[in-house]
Design a binder for this molecule. Sequence first.
Ligand SMILES: NC(=O)c1ccc[n+]([C@@H]2O[C@H](COP(=O)([O-])OP(=O)(O)OC[C@H]3O[C@@H](n4cnc5c(N)ncnc54)[C@H](O)[C@@H]3O)[C@@H](O)[C@H]2O)c1
Length: 359
Amino acid sequence: MSNQKNILITGAAGFIGTNFTRFIVDRYPNYKVIALDNLSPYSNWENIADLEKDGKIVFEKADITDAEKMSEIYGKYQINYVVNFAAESHNDRAILDPSIFARANALGAQQIVEVSRQFGVKRHIHISTIEVYGEQGKNIPYFTEKSPLNAKTPYSAAKAAGDLLVRAYMQTYKDMDICITHCANNYGPYQFPEKLIPLAVSNLMLGKKVALYGDGMQKRDWLHVSDHCLAIDSILHMKEKVEFGEEAATDSSKLPIFDISARKEVTNIEIVKIILEEMNLEFDKWVEFVADRPNHDRRYLINPEKIETQLGFVPLTKFDEGIRETVRWYVENRKWWEDILARSKNLQLDWSKKNQTIK
Ligand SMILES: NC(=O)c1ccc[n+]([C@@H]2O[C@H](COP(=O)([O-])OP(=O)(O)OC[C@H]3O[C@@H](n4cnc5c(N)ncnc54)[C@H](O)[C@@H]3O)[C@@H](O)[C@H]2O)c1
C-alpha cells in the first residue's frame, strides 16, 4: 500500500470530523486532506478555517447524498481514502424531524460508498455508532461486533440502516476495502453545544441551570475523541485488507467491523457532578431534573477486544483527566460557543411540552 494518501474526510466541520481532520494534518503532513461538509446549522466551519487558510486542507462544501457533486470531487482530487463522519447526529432533533436523519444517515451512507465503488477508492471507512445496537438488556454484559443491530430511536435506526447498506457493499463488492466502526460516546473539544457536556458548561456560564433528563441515571460508554481518532488511524493504516469467507454471512464479527471503547461507563448524573465540581458550583443549586425525551436508551457498553487484539488499539486518555480538561476547554473557549449560540436556534428542548419545535 502506497504511503501517499489523498484522503476525503466528510462531516469535517462537525465535532469528531474536526478533531480527526486536525489529527491527520498534525500526524501526516504529507497527506492531501480534502475536508467536506454540507455546513448544516449544526456544523462549524470555523473549527477548521485556520487549516484551510494555512493550505493544510482543501475544503469542499457538498452533501454526501449529491452523487453528481461527490463524483466531481472524487475525480478532481483523485481520492483514494475516505473516512465518512457525515451524519445528522442529535437524538433529540431526530425525534422532531426523522426524515432528514434517514436521508443523511442511511441514504448518505449508501450514496458515498457507491461513489467510492465507482472510483475504486483504496479504503472506505464508514463511521457508525454504538447506538445501532440499541438498548442493552439486563442479561447483555456488553455489545460486540457480533451483536445484532437493534436500534430503536430515529437517529440510531437511520444509522443502523446506513450500517446495513454499507455491510451489503462489503459483502457484495468483495474487491472493495470497506471498514465500519462502532464507537462509544465521544467527549472532547469542538462538540456542538446541543450535547450534554458543552450544553451544561455553556448554560452554567450563562447563569442557567443544567437540565438533567429523567432520573439522570442513563449510562453511557465514554471515550475521549482523541482516542477515537487513534482507533480510526489504526484502521486507516491497517496493512492488509481484512479478508473474510462465507462464515461472515452469519457471524458479523468476521467482517471488517471494529467496535471502539475504553470500557468507561458513567451515568449522566455523574458527568454533571464532575462538571459542577470543576466549575466550583453546587449540585442542588444548579441542576434541575426535567422530563425525559421519549424512548431514551438507558444503557450501552461496548467490548473493544477485537480492535485491541487485532490492531493494538490502546486508549491513552484517562477519563477522570480527560473529562476535566474538556470542561476547562469549554470554559476557556467561551467565544467559540457564544458565536455558535448567537446564530443557533433553541438547542435545549423541553419534553414536557407536547409540540416541541426547534425555533
Ligand atoms: N458524537 C459521538 O459520541 C459519536 C459516537 C459514535 C459515533 N458517532 C458518529 O460519528 C459521526 C460524527 O459525529 P459527530 O458527533 O461529530 O456529529 P456532528 O453532528 O458534530 O458532525 C456531523 C457533521 O456532518 C455534517 N453533515 C450532516 N449531514 C451531511 C451531509 N448529508 N453531507 C455532508 N455533511 C453532512 C454536519 O454538517 C456536521 O458538520 C456520525 O456519523 C456519528 O453517528 C458519534
